[in-house]
Design a protein around this ligand. Structure first.
Ligand code: SF4
Ligand code: SF4
Length: 633
């Protein structure tokens, strides 16, 4: 039995935030769960996929977030509760369907979980997906703790059914990946039989009437939020400062207030229902204090809404002084931390929190900082070989070619680990779309070769339409599909090419090569471990016109490691290695930079770190002296 299904009602469990959300999904009675992997959301569906072995439910990794939301919505239309989870970028992908779905309305409870990533720790942006709740008029819940994540998720299904619309729950990386003790509730029986009532239709017409209906649903949610237990005030009756917080920022604000000994002067409001605002509840809190500080992650979402409300309430509450992202008291970008709250409370109450009195308290809480690490491909990563070949082919070509990048492990091609080859990265599949544009600029005199890279999972997610566009418009593009048979960046979730589903069932894999060939375009396959050969194939394809695909096929090094490992034992011949005098400026450790190759300061020679090197063998080809030796185990 899965860990999270094994807990009995009332039992306390140590759960990760995403596991608490998954337990809330089960307690909420959802029987259909769909997602596309993306940090920091991936563990939600992974956990539910495990649960599907014990419970009568369906779980899938969909090809992208829009498809995931559509599939989950079908379950709602057929009377079954459903959940869809994604990271913030995924909400953009799903938003086309979402903006229409929220007009048509839903039937059984459906909850969209967005896990946002302040500071873009594992993302290409730090977008605030809460804005989609405001844009599409759907209720938004923001848990502050794993316990609340479970309870809010469970209740979100009820709310969704009450208003016949989607409910959004927003987590952030810090909450999704933190662990704390959570008291679980009961698991309901999951015996709903799906049935679509042909007498009921779900569409957006007449649009204006449906839009008005969506507003009425939002008003109903606001009414329910007025008495929600997820909103809580803590502090003196009339504080000198009221902190209005949402999500994790509640704990940062509470911690900062307590550390600075401001419990008698500062109150903290934990706002869990952040859209629509419970206006009367907020009005009563605004009456308590003349000074208001906002604490929330990413955009001033609550701040803007509360300020607009305060303007409406002007004659009742009078003038209030606001501090937050707009005033510059809270950083406008980057993940919020307790230190930020210490800073702002310190400045507002004239407390030097960096002096000795507080420093030891803070040090006791945070411990030692971790050393900084450079982004880099794993030892044996085939992407290192792919970018090496790209670099070489572009140099041979000599026309100032470059790489249009995409999202996945290979995004790291923007850094030295990928020889800085990638010059643009935006959204899933965008590298190919951009390449289509460059490929048509040739008619205006553009003569630089453009190589675009895309992983296998990204290709299925959003790359295919770009390639079809290239074929349709005969764009000059050379697409490299870095097929490592895994959604590696997010934790090896299955995708259409892997041959198994989220629930572990075998399925016929979609053949990337056959799919590309079916478009009638030139397709070649190469092995990125054979760097020289691959560079030559690449160079040859670069000289051709029209859409071309090169599939660089080699298993992710971590997958290979699990499936029996690599065949080689490596060593650097210390007699042959010339060190700094080798004539290539220590190409092995300065440019190729596999972490398995290290510089021995004492000997002034390169050497192999046997703990880190996995034995892929490719670095043997890069030393001009032939000092890196590859031996079969
Ligand atoms: S291993 Fe080869 S490339 Fe590296 S320092 Fe020695 S001679 Fe130079
Ligand atoms: S063989 Fe070379 S490239 Fe491969 S993991 Fe070891 S050091 Fe890195």
């Amino acid at each position: 039995m899965n860990r999270i299904t094994a807990f009995q009602p009332g039992e306390t469990a140590l759960l990760q935030g995403n596991e608490a959300i998954a337990r809330g999904v089960l307690e909420g009675g959802a029987v259909f769960c769909a997602a596309y992997p993306g940090n920091p959301s991936s563990e939600i569906l992974e956990t539910l996929a495990e649960c599907s072995k014990d419970l009568p439910m369906y779980v899938e990794w969909s090809t992208n977030e829009k498809v995931a939301l559509e599939a989950a919505t079908a379950a709602s239309f057929a009377g079954c509760r459903a959940m869809v989870s994604m990271k913030q970028n995924g909400v953009n992908v799903a938003s086309d369907f979402l903006t229409n779905l929220t007009l048509s309305g839903t039937k059984a409870g459906i909850v969209l979980i967005s896990c946002d990533d302040p500071s873009g720790i594992s993302s290409t942006n730090e977008e605030d997906a809460r804005l989609f709740a405001r844009m599409t008029d759907i209720p938004l819940l923001e848990p502050a703790t794993p316990q609340e994540a479970l309870e809010m998720t469970r209740w979100a299904f009820e709310l969704s059914e009450k208003i016949s619309n989607v409910v959004m729950l927003r987590s952030v990386s810090r909450l999704s990946h933190t662990r704390s003790c959570v008291q679980v509730g009961a698991l309901p029986s999951l015996d709903t039989r799906p049935w679509f009532d042909p007498g009921q239709a779900f569409h957006t017409f007449p649009v204006v009437a449906k839009h008005a209906g969506r507003h009425r649903k939002l008003e109903e949610a606001a009414r329910l939020f007025e008495s929600s237990p997820f909103n809580a005030y803590e502090g003196p009756e009339n504080p000198e400062l009221l902190v209005i917080s949402s999500g994790c920022a509640w704990s940062y604000a509470s911690e900062a207030r307590d550390l600075l000994g401001l419990g008698e002067r500062v109150a903290v409001l934990k706002l869990g229902t952040t859209w629509p605002l419970p206006a009367e509840f907020i009005a009563r809190q605004l009456e308590r204090s003349k000074r208001i500080l906002f604490a929330e992650d990413i955009d001033p979402f609550v701040e803007d809404s509360v300020k607009a409300l305060a303007a409406d309430l002007g004659s009742r509450i009078g003038v209030r002084e606001f501090f937050g992202k707009t005033s510059g008291h809270i950083p406008a970008c980057g993940e919020l931390t307790p230190a930020h709250l210490m800073d702002v409370l310190g400045s507002l109450f004239e407390i030097d929190w960096l002096d000795e009195t507080y420093r030891h308290k803070v040090a006791a809480l945070i411990g030692d900082s971790l050393p900084l690490r450079e982004f880099g491909f794993c030892p044996g990563c085939p992407h290192r070989g792919s970018y090496y070949a790209v670099k070489k082919a572009l140099v041979w070509d000599g026309r100032n070619g470059f790489v249009s990048g995409d999202i996945g492990c290979y995004t790291m091609g923007i850094w030295p680990t990928g020889f800085n080859q990638v010059k643009s990265v935006h959204a899933m599949g965008s590298g190919i779309g951009l390449a289509c544009g460059y490929g048509k600029l040739t008619s205006l005199g553009f003569d630089q070769p453009v190589v675009t890279v895309c992983g296998d999972s990204t290709f299925f997610h959003a790359g295919l339409p770009g390639l079809v566009n290239a074929k349709f418009n005969q764009a000059d593009i050379l697409l490299l599909i870095l097929d490592n048979s895994a959604t590696a960046m997010t934790g090896f979730q299955p995708h259409p090419g892997t041959g198994r589903t989220a629930m572990g069932n075998p399925t016929e894999p979609v053949d990337v090569e056959a799919l590309c060939r079916s478009l009638g375009i030139t397709v070649a396959v190469a092995d990125p471990y054979r760097m020289e050969e691959t560079a030559q194939t690449l160079y040859g394809l670069m000289q051709q016109e029209g859409p071309r695909v090169l599939i660089l096929r080699r298993k992710c090094a971590l997958v290979q490691g699990r499936e029996g490992g690599f065949p080689f034992r490596m060593r650097v011949d210390q007699e042959t290695c010339l060190g700094e005098a080798c004539g290539c400026n220590r190409y092995c450790t300065r440019v190729f930079r596999c972490p398995g190759l290290v510089w021995d300061e004492k000997e002034q020679k390169s050497t192999i770190d046997e703990v880190i090197c996995v034995g892929c063998g490719i670095c043997a080809d890069i030393c001009p002296q032939g000092a890196i030796i590859r031996e079969r185990k």
